[in-house]
Design a protein around this ligand. Structure first.
Ligand SMILES: Nc1ncnc2c1ncn2[C@@H]1O[C@H](COP(=O)(O)OP(=O)(O)O)[C@@H](O)[C@H]1O
Ligand SMILES: [Mg+2]
Length: 220
């Protein structure tokens, strides 16, 4: 049963309703995140992955409570991956430097663990699906969440979507973003053994999708 809670902020969210909340536990005020899903199936899928990954020591927020279509999650302090990337670009940190490469490495390592565990358990090659940079938070470690779009596929599909997102966050296609994308792709290919042609194909595929989505949005 959910404890009485107070909503303090609504997060930017396309699919569901997600709030920062406060609740009392032993007389102390604690912060958490309340995720109110659009369907029970999405909620169940999220719980399945959160528990599975947590059982295998992969960094995900802890489930504190659940009720109806809602989950109460551990609040993760830190920055969104998107904020970190925007900040690195604003400071014009050379993407070849460890400070930038380390972020890419953390993201790809987290995904690598996701691929390994889900394949072992489900005996299918699963991908994360929605790799937008608001689905990862960095503090001491990188955490991932939002498992509604997990599906069968190959890592190069997530990889291509990551590259396409990186290039198209505003301001899009800057020289920093293009260089960062080049660095990211070489890490994917050399260190994580993504297949180059598949990765390039997937990147172009997702760039087209994003372009299409934005042109529809502008016409409205
Ligand atoms: N455990 C958490 N700790 C801190 N912030 C979170 C947490 N979970 C979600 N958020 C914030 O809420 C936003 C939306 O959450 P998300 O799970 O991605 O839902 P949606 O399916 O609506 O995208 C995230 O982009 C992030 O800013
Ligand atoms: Mg999300």
């Amino acid at each position: 049963m959910m404890t009485p809670i107070e909503r303090i902020e609504k997060y930017k969210s396309k699919k569901n309703h997600v709030y920062a909340v406060e609740f009392s536990s032993n007389g102390e005020k604690k912060r958490a995140v309340l995720k109110d899903f659009n369907s029970i199936e999405s909620k169940q899928q999220e719980i399945f992955y959160l528990q599975l990954l947590r059982d295998h020591n992969i960094k995900v927020p802890k489930i504190l409570d659940q009720h109806d279509q809602m989950i109460l999650l551990e609040y993760l302090a830190g920055e969104l991956l998107l904020e970190r990337i925007i900040n690195l670009e604003e400071r014009q940190i050379d993407p070849e430097l460890p400070m930038v490469k380390e972020v890419f490495n953390q993201l790809l390592s987290w995904l690598g663990q996701f691929y390994r565990i889900t394949e072992n358990v489900l005996e299918k090659k699963m991908i994360f699906g929605d790799v937008n940079f608001r689905n990862f938070i960095i503090n001491d470690h990188l955490y991932g969440f939002d498992f509604e779009d997990c599906r069968e596929g190959s890592p190069e599909e997530d990889g291509g979507a990551i590259c396409a997102h990186l290039l198209t966050y505003y301001p899009e296609y800057t020289s920093w973003k293009q260089k960062a994308c080049g660095v990211l792709q070489s890490i994917m290919i050399e260190d994580f053994h993504y297949e180059k042609n598949r990765l390039e194909k997937a990147t172009n595929y997702y760039l087209d999708i994003i372009k299409e989505r934005r042109s529809i949005f502008k016409k409205k």
